[in-house]
Design a protein around this ligand. Sequence first.
Ligand SMILES: CSC[C@@H](O)[C@@H](O)C(=O)COP(=O)(O)O
Ligand SMILES: [Zn+2]
Length: 216
Amino acid sequence: MSHAVITLEEKQRAYAQLHEVKALFSQRNWFAGTSGNLSVRVGDFSPEQFQFAITASGKDKSQQTPEDFLLVDQSGKPSEPTSLKPSAETLIHCEIYRLTGCGAIFHVHTVFNNVISEWFWDRKSVPVDGVELIKGLGNWEEEAHIDIPIVSNFADIPRIVPEITERLQHDIPGIMLRKHGIYAWGKNAFEAKRHLEAFEFIFEYVYRWELLNRSR
Ligand SMILES: CSC[C@@H](O)[C@@H](O)C(=O)COP(=O)(O)O
Ligand SMILES: [Zn+2]
Protein backbone atom coordinates (compact mmCIF):
# COMPACT_ATOMS: atom_id res chain seq x y z
CA MET A 1 0.00 0.00 0.00
CA SER A 2 1.50 3.37 -0.95
CA HIS A 3 1.53 6.15 1.61
CA ALA A 4 -0.67 9.22 1.36
CA VAL A 5 1.43 12.37 0.91
CA ILE A 6 2.04 14.30 4.11
CA THR A 7 2.96 17.93 3.46
CA LEU A 8 6.09 19.43 4.99
CA GLU A 9 3.84 21.81 6.92
CA GLU A 10 1.80 18.93 8.43
CA LYS A 11 4.96 17.11 9.42
CA GLN A 12 6.55 20.21 10.94
CA ARG A 13 3.38 20.95 12.90
CA ALA A 14 3.35 17.41 14.35
CA TYR A 15 7.06 17.55 15.21
CA ALA A 16 6.60 20.96 16.87
CA GLN A 17 3.78 19.59 19.04
CA LEU A 18 5.86 16.56 20.02
CA HIS A 19 8.85 18.81 20.74
CA GLU A 20 6.79 20.98 23.09
CA VAL A 21 5.19 18.09 24.99
CA LYS A 22 8.50 16.22 25.22
CA ALA A 23 10.28 19.24 26.74
CA LEU A 24 7.45 19.77 29.23
CA PHE A 25 7.17 16.12 30.33
CA SER A 26 10.92 15.89 30.67
CA GLN A 27 10.85 18.82 33.14
CA ARG A 28 8.44 16.69 35.19
CA ASN A 29 10.90 13.77 35.16
CA TRP A 30 8.45 11.65 33.20
CA PHE A 31 11.18 10.14 30.93
CA ALA A 32 13.47 8.41 33.44
CA GLY A 33 16.24 6.39 31.79
CA THR A 34 15.03 6.99 28.18
CA SER A 35 11.58 5.56 29.02
CA GLY A 36 8.38 6.90 27.46
CA ASN A 37 7.28 7.66 23.91
CA LEU A 38 4.98 10.18 22.23
CA SER A 39 3.12 10.30 18.94
CA VAL A 40 0.84 12.61 16.95
CA ARG A 41 -1.20 11.45 13.98
CA VAL A 42 -0.88 13.27 10.65
CA GLY A 43 -3.06 13.31 7.52
CA ASP A 44 -6.22 11.35 6.82
CA PHE A 45 -7.38 8.41 8.88
CA SER A 46 -9.01 5.09 8.18
CA PRO A 47 -8.43 2.04 10.41
CA GLU A 48 -6.58 0.44 7.47
CA GLN A 49 -4.39 3.39 6.51
CA PHE A 50 -2.89 6.21 8.56
CA GLN A 51 0.42 7.79 9.50
CA PHE A 52 1.83 9.34 12.64
CA ALA A 53 4.93 11.09 13.93
CA ILE A 54 6.59 9.25 16.81
CA THR A 55 9.65 9.58 19.03
CA ALA A 56 12.76 7.70 17.91
CA SER A 57 13.73 4.71 20.05
CA GLY A 58 16.16 4.79 22.96
CA LYS A 59 16.92 8.51 22.92
CA ASP A 60 17.54 10.58 26.02
CA LYS A 61 14.16 12.31 25.94
CA SER A 62 15.34 15.14 28.17
CA GLN A 63 17.48 16.33 25.23
CA GLN A 64 15.93 18.15 22.27
CA THR A 65 17.73 17.31 19.01
CA PRO A 66 16.90 17.52 15.26
CA GLU A 67 16.70 13.68 15.22
CA ASP A 68 13.95 13.11 17.78
CA PHE A 69 10.97 12.12 15.60
CA LEU A 70 10.07 10.22 12.45
CA LEU A 71 6.97 9.41 10.43
CA VAL A 72 5.58 5.86 10.40
CA ASP A 73 2.57 4.15 8.85
CA GLN A 74 -0.24 2.01 10.29
CA SER A 75 2.05 -1.01 10.51
CA GLY A 76 4.73 0.94 12.38
CA LYS A 77 7.19 1.09 9.46
CA PRO A 78 8.91 4.39 8.57
CA SER A 79 6.90 6.03 5.81
CA GLU A 80 9.85 8.00 4.45
CA PRO A 81 13.60 7.31 4.23
CA THR A 82 15.27 7.77 7.62
CA SER A 83 18.15 6.37 9.65
CA LEU A 84 16.06 6.69 12.81
CA LYS A 85 14.43 3.73 14.52
CA PRO A 86 10.84 4.22 15.67
CA SER A 87 9.97 3.61 19.34
CA ALA A 88 10.17 -0.05 20.37
CA GLU A 89 6.51 0.34 21.39
CA THR A 90 5.27 1.70 18.06
CA LEU A 91 2.95 -1.29 17.58
CA ILE A 92 1.01 -0.28 20.68
CA HIS A 93 0.51 3.20 19.19
CA CYS A 94 -0.60 1.58 15.89
CA GLU A 95 -3.24 -0.48 17.68
CA ILE A 96 -4.58 2.42 19.76
CA TYR A 97 -4.89 4.60 16.62
CA ARG A 98 -6.55 1.75 14.71
CA LEU A 99 -9.11 1.17 17.49
CA THR A 100 -9.86 4.78 18.42
CA GLY A 101 -8.92 7.02 15.47
CA CYS A 102 -7.46 9.41 18.06
CA GLY A 103 -5.03 12.22 17.19
CA ALA A 104 -2.22 11.81 19.76
CA ILE A 105 -0.88 9.17 22.18
CA PHE A 106 1.47 9.83 25.10
CA HIS A 107 3.20 7.11 27.14
CA VAL A 108 5.12 7.65 30.38
CA HIS A 109 6.57 5.51 33.14
CA THR A 110 6.12 7.00 36.62
CA VAL A 111 6.56 5.48 40.07
CA PHE A 112 2.87 6.16 40.81
CA ASN A 113 1.55 4.42 37.68
CA ASN A 114 3.92 1.47 38.23
CA VAL A 115 2.98 0.97 41.90
CA ILE A 116 -0.76 1.36 41.25
CA SER A 117 -0.68 -1.08 38.32
CA GLU A 118 0.79 -3.75 40.60
CA TRP A 119 -1.40 -2.90 43.56
CA PHE A 120 -4.58 -3.53 41.52
CA TRP A 121 -3.23 -6.26 39.24
CA ASP A 122 -5.43 -8.96 40.81
CA ARG A 123 -8.57 -7.10 39.56
CA LYS A 124 -6.92 -5.97 36.26
CA SER A 125 -8.22 -2.41 36.68
CA VAL A 126 -7.86 0.57 38.99
CA PRO A 127 -11.19 1.64 40.56
CA VAL A 128 -11.66 5.39 41.03
CA ASP A 129 -14.67 6.94 42.78
CA GLY A 130 -15.83 10.53 42.56
CA VAL A 131 -12.42 12.18 42.19
CA GLU A 132 -12.94 15.58 40.51
CA LEU A 133 -10.11 14.98 38.02
CA ILE A 134 -12.21 12.21 36.40
CA LYS A 135 -13.71 15.22 34.59
CA GLY A 136 -10.26 15.79 33.09
CA LEU A 137 -10.82 12.45 31.33
CA GLY A 138 -14.00 13.82 29.71
CA ASN A 139 -16.44 12.17 32.16
CA TRP A 140 -18.70 14.84 33.72
CA GLU A 141 -21.05 12.50 35.63
CA GLU A 142 -21.78 13.36 39.27
CA GLU A 143 -19.63 11.16 41.56
CA ALA A 144 -18.43 9.15 38.56
CA HIS A 145 -16.94 5.71 39.05
CA ILE A 146 -14.37 4.48 36.54
CA ASP A 147 -12.17 1.40 36.21
CA ILE A 148 -8.89 2.06 34.42
CA PRO A 149 -7.82 -1.15 32.65
CA ILE A 150 -4.44 -2.80 33.30
CA VAL A 151 -2.94 -5.27 30.82
CA SER A 152 0.04 -7.65 31.04
CA ASN A 153 3.50 -6.39 30.23
CA PHE A 154 5.85 -8.47 28.04
CA ALA A 155 9.31 -7.66 26.69
CA ASP A 156 8.01 -8.90 23.33
CA ILE A 157 5.75 -5.96 22.37
CA PRO A 158 3.59 -7.82 19.78
CA ARG A 159 2.43 -10.07 22.67
CA ILE A 160 0.96 -7.02 24.45
CA VAL A 161 -1.18 -5.91 21.50
CA PRO A 162 -4.02 -8.52 21.65
CA GLU A 163 -4.75 -7.65 25.27
CA ILE A 164 -4.96 -3.97 24.29
CA THR A 165 -7.41 -4.90 21.53
CA GLU A 166 -9.50 -6.80 24.05
CA ARG A 167 -9.39 -4.45 27.03
CA LEU A 168 -9.33 -0.91 25.58
CA GLN A 169 -12.41 0.98 26.80
CA HIS A 170 -13.75 3.63 24.47
CA ASP A 171 -15.00 5.79 27.36
CA ILE A 172 -11.62 5.76 29.18
CA PRO A 173 -8.79 7.42 27.23
CA GLY A 174 -5.98 5.38 28.72
CA ILE A 175 -4.69 1.92 29.46
CA MET A 176 -2.02 0.77 31.91
CA LEU A 177 0.70 -1.82 31.38
CA ARG A 178 1.54 -3.77 34.53
CA LYS A 179 4.65 -2.39 36.29
CA HIS A 180 5.46 -0.49 33.10
CA GLY A 181 3.43 2.68 32.53
CA ILE A 182 0.36 4.33 31.04
CA TYR A 183 -0.75 5.04 27.48
CA ALA A 184 -3.12 8.01 27.29
CA TRP A 185 -4.67 9.40 24.12
CA GLY A 186 -6.94 12.17 22.89
CA LYS A 187 -8.35 13.72 19.73
CA ASN A 188 -5.29 16.01 19.62
CA ALA A 189 -2.09 16.71 21.57
CA PHE A 190 -3.85 19.14 23.93
CA GLU A 191 -6.47 16.55 24.89
CA ALA A 192 -3.98 13.66 25.20
CA LYS A 193 -1.88 15.84 27.54
CA ARG A 194 -4.93 16.73 29.64
CA HIS A 195 -5.87 13.05 29.90
CA LEU A 196 -2.35 11.98 30.87
CA GLU A 197 -2.15 14.69 33.54
CA ALA A 198 -5.55 13.69 34.92
CA PHE A 199 -4.51 10.02 35.06
CA GLU A 200 -1.26 10.83 36.85
CA PHE A 201 -3.11 13.02 39.38
CA ILE A 202 -5.54 10.15 39.99
CA PHE A 203 -2.71 7.61 40.42
CA GLU A 204 -1.00 9.77 43.01
CA TYR A 205 -4.33 10.31 44.78
CA VAL A 206 -5.13 6.57 44.83
CA TYR A 207 -1.61 5.77 46.03
CA ARG A 208 -1.76 8.28 48.91
CA TRP A 209 -5.35 7.42 49.85
CA GLU A 210 -4.59 3.69 50.02
CA LEU A 211 -1.49 4.33 52.14
CA LEU A 212 -3.41 6.59 54.53
CA ASN A 213 -6.15 4.04 54.98
CA ARG A 214 -3.81 1.10 55.43
CA SER A 215 -1.87 2.91 58.17
CA ARG A 216 -4.99 3.79 60.20
C1 LIG B 1 14.46 2.02 29.00
S1 LIG B 1 12.97 1.52 29.74
C2 LIG B 1 11.74 1.85 28.60
C3 LIG B 1 11.57 1.05 27.34
O1 LIG B 1 11.74 -0.30 27.54
C4 LIG B 1 10.17 1.33 26.83
O2 LIG B 1 9.21 0.83 27.73
C5 LIG B 1 9.91 2.78 26.59
O3 LIG B 1 8.95 3.36 27.08
C6 LIG B 1 10.82 3.56 25.71
O4 LIG B 1 11.19 2.86 24.57
P1 LIG B 1 11.50 3.62 23.21
O5 LIG B 1 11.94 2.56 22.25
O6 LIG B 1 12.59 4.64 23.50
O7 LIG B 1 10.22 4.32 22.82
ZN1 LIG C 1 7.42 2.06 27.92
